[in-house]
Design a protein around this ligand. Sequence first.
Ligand SMILES: [Mg+2]
Length: 226
Amino acid sequence: MYLIVFDCDGTLADSQDNIMIGFTAAYRSVDLPVPSRDQILSTVGLTLNVAFEQLLGHSDPELIAKLVKGYQQVVWDMRSKGRDYDPLYDGALEALNALAEREDVLLGVATGKHSRGMKHLIGLHGLEGFFTTMQTADVAPSKPNPGMIFQAMSETGVDLENTIMIGDTTFDMQMARNAGVESIGVTWGYHSAKDVKNAGASYVIDHFNELIPVLSKHFSWNKEAA
Ligand SMILES: [Mg+2]
């Protein structure tokens, strides 16, 4: 059995518009200047409180709790009004469908999102039933801690060699490295090809249609079929 773990924001779904709205509201709620778009997007993938700590440059639990609350309030408000549609990237659904058809593949998610947000996105795009294991901010430590990958492997019973992590940020690549699994960096998200490569990506791809060929090569799927 193979376990393919996907990051969500910046890998499966383009969530940047909603993320920018959330961060902007958070900073305004505490009367602090809003960081630049690049600064904010560079933290996507981290669990929210860790992202705020990185942006602030120091730990201030009371302020961070307020920022998290400010973010969540506006995001939950948009969600309740149906205004938080995060589109899937081109080719994502096709790749997920093709992988889900294989009987020797299990799919997982490892994301800094809360399970509530992840389930909402799954519902929006009809992805129910695709992911056997879901590692979210509320059940696992923030990337790059390897906890999400270890929990995903333990829940599915798949070993290190047959597990691979797919993500758009250095945090995903570092998490994979910390867990001892290979990784595929994608360049359509929020960190550059150079950054994911330097963070230890085993492979780097520029479009979803490269994913299955890379997986087939890595796991020697073509040889099995031949
Ligand atoms: Mg990401």
